[in-house]
Design a protein around this ligand. Sequence first.
Ligand SMILES: [Zn+2]
Length: 323
Amino acid sequence: MAKAKRRPQKRKTAKKKKKLTAAQIKRRVRYALIALGAIACFAVGFLEYTGRIDILVKLGLRDMPAEGEELSVHFIDVGQGDCTLLLSDGKSMLIDCGEAQYSSTVIKYLKRKGIKKLDCIVITHPHTDHMGGMADIIKKVGASRIIMPRVDSQYTPTTPTYENFLKAVKKADLTIDEARDESFTLGKTVIDIYTSPYKGENLNNNSVIVRAENGANSFLITGDCENEEEALLIDKGANLSAKVLEVAHHGSSTGSGADMLDKILPRYAVISCGEGNSYGHPHDVTVSRLEKYADFIYRTDKDGTVVFVSDGKGLSVKTQKGS
Ligand SMILES: [Zn+2]
């Protein structure tokens, strides 16, 4: 009787083991990972909601907020264009300024920040969405120094906007410093300028690259740099690593390649683009790629002006439209 009772039990156990096929195990592991991911997301959200950012900082999931200010970086909303202001220990640098129609917006912003004269202007490349308002800014605010890339004479723009800019520079008794690879300090920030080795008619690939470093925090502004320039910058060994990246060419699919992002490894990405712009910027493929690297992606068309504050260790970010 006892033997007869045991047999069916053994068969039952063997049957149960057979049921777990490789596909079933994979499915269960996948469900477990999804559940763990959901729990982790909920935990992070809960800690943020309850203000326990300190725990997230200890876990390396968030930056410690800045307690003071050694550098502030302002990605100013100028619609479909770029405009970045760096302020560090009383020194100022304006990188690009958007189209001419935004010059009054930028001038008001600079005045509000108490800037009487800019210490440095960098024009990444001579396209109007980057330097359209520069003539007005030079006239009404002024600058001690202007850096711009050398452009082969056959590709130099002949637009009225560009001519106005040259006239304003001359009238202000300034000269344009042809960009060269150099490093200098702006207040408590180290600035690295990288020129593009690209030779050709696509001025986007002639963009000057600016890297700003304040202690543990670094920023990379890349103008409209596309894949050809990215490859050349990597080849020449430029230091491209940055915690905060201003995404090249308004989030176009012609830039922000995986090789470039592997070098930058951004934690924050800012895309400067206009709402409903005709180029479809930022392109979905670029945003999807950025999401693999950056924990936070800001867009000036949705967030308005985005401002980062660094105290050399901590980093805080605020947007015009909240968050
Ligand atoms: Zn542009």
